[in-house]
Design a protein around this ligand. Structure first.
Ligand code: DLL
Length: 435
């Protein structure tokens, strides 16, 4: 089933025409309503009159996460605050999060995008969907929630955590689809296997998994353990949370809702578009957003685009699975973490040196997050109580900024290897697993 056949199966020519009209409109909007955009465009010598078709997009300057930080919290809004009905946030590279503001119409577009995803997964109004993405500033919970309501399904707004209750609800209410991070899905699968409920008693058939990279191996693992079909859902806070892209039944790439989110792939070093089909950094322009439209936003996600028509009948462009990132952002238990955030905390604490080493792994399907922190000479002590208190303090300060509790290992002064070049501060052991 296809939710919006007119758009999802539109000819390339028609789609480009629609994208061109919408691009012109959004460029006018930001130019007239958002000072930083106007300035940036003037510096680049481009005005709304220069945008006549979607091909003209390359004339526009890029936007980056740094811009969202520089204009924190509301400097990039293109609608008056009175039109903003919702705020979401995602982690930035230092203490401050990135804030986005959405209008009523933005929420309508979001739930339209979400409905296309769920329909592609074979879900409809008779289905019960358990949303185990976190509700709150993170877009996962509320984004998936609105999508289920839009297709007329029944949503169970579980949010994340409380695994035993998750399993009970899934079992007792006859849940057909689970929306969660793939790593949490794996964790749940193991917990179900160890629970009092036999797997045959579950109605679960579909997984709606995203918010972090996952491999084909992980897909097979989850599908086998839960006896379901696992689909990819892609999105990012700045552009629109879950629903920017989705897999269809062919599972041959992730379709992008390109009538709302125009994708480009560029060489991340030069900023030039790559040759068609070549890998590079994914860039999005929001074509219909009102609250905080983004022009040529650099996602830092690496992938390539596939323009051939898909066997499912959709013509919406597809992207390959996200192959990695061209910045140092880690996604740990679904939470975006930058080493620079940790550095910003450590550097303000007088008891520790500005030296640390992060190790991320996956044990029993749960991400582990350990940070070795070097204690300063005068603060290093044989007294256990003192060291435990310091460990707790460091963990707490980091949690306040990152939103995730690390396992702190305090080490003696000069324990960590010093680097002569770029400091190597991260070991991510997960990358080689599951495939
Ligand atoms: O993770 C939005 C989301 C929620 C998507 C629920 C899907 C499901 P952020 O927290 O801003 O937003 O993180 C965005 O997560 O740039 C990618 O690096 C990564 N990511 C998101 N979905 C996928 C996916 C949400 N399906 C960042 N595959 C993005 C791989 C993904 N990476």
């Amino acid at each position: 089933m296809i939710w919006n056949e007119t758009v999802e199966c539109m000819s390339r020519e028609e789609m480009r025409k629609l994208q061109g009209i919408r691009l012109k409109r959004v460029v006018e909007r930001v130019y007239h309503n958002c000072e930083p955009y106007r300035k940036r465009m003037q510096e680049a010598g481009v005005s709304p009159d220069d945008i006549r078709s979607i091909d003209d997009i390359v004339k526009l300057p890029f936007t980056s996460k740094q811009d969202l930080r520089d204009y924190y919290p509301f400097g990039l809004l293109s609608s008056p605050m009175s039109e903003i009905v919702r705020v979401h946030a995602s982690s930035g590279t230092t203490g401050k999060p990135i804030i986005v503001g959405l209008t009523r119409n933005d929420l309508a577009v979001w739930k339209e995008a979400g409905a296309r995803c769920l329909t592609a997964y074979g879900l409809g109004k008779n289905d019960i969907v358990q949303v185990s993405y976190g509700y709150g500033l993170f877009t996962g919970g509320l984004g998936a929630h609105a999508a289920v309501e839009n297709i007329g399904g029944t949503v169970i707004p579980m949010s994340s955590g409380n695994t035993q209750k998750q399993i009970m609800m899934m079992h007792d209410l006859g849940v057909k689809a689970l929306a969660a991070t793939p790593s949490y899905a794996l964790y749940l699968a193991e917990a179900i296997a160890n629970s009092e409920y036999p797997r045959e008693e579950f109605q679960l058939k579909v997984g709606i998994f995203g918010a972090e990279p996952w491999t084909e191996g992980m897909r097979r693992d989850i599908e086998g353990k839960l006896g379901i079909k696992a689909y990819d859902i892609y999105g990012l806070t700045e552009v629109m949370g879950p629903g920017v892209g989705f897999e269809c039944e062919c599972q041959n790439g992730t379709h992008l809702n390109e009538d709302h989110f125009f994708p480009e792939v560029i060489n991340s070093e030069t900023g030039e578009p790559v040759a068609p089909g070549e890998q590079g950094e994914l860039v999005f322009s929001t074509l219909t957003k009102e609250g905080m439209p983004l022009l040529r936003f650099r996602t830092r996600d690496l992938t390539h685009l596939i323009y051939e028509k898909c066997e499912c009948g959709r013509t919406l462009v597809r992207m390959d699975k996200i192959l990695g990132r061209c910045d140092d952002m880690l996604i740990i238990r679904g939470v975006n973490v930058y080493p620079s955030q940790i550095e910003s905390v450590i550097c303000t604490m007088e008891e520790v040196e500005p030296h640390f080493f992060i190790t991320v792994d996956r044990v029993n399907n749960i991400d582990t997050f350990e940070i070795q922190v070097e204690v300063k000479e005068g603060y290093y002590s044989d007294e256990m109580g003192k060291m435990i208190a310091l460990k707790k303090k460091v963990a707490h300060e980091i949690q306040c900024v990152v939103g995730l509790q690390p396992d702190i290992k305090l080490v003696e002064p000069r324990f960590l290897q010093r680097s002569e070049g770029k400091a190597k501060r991260v070991l991510d052991k997960r990358v080689f697993k599951n495939d």
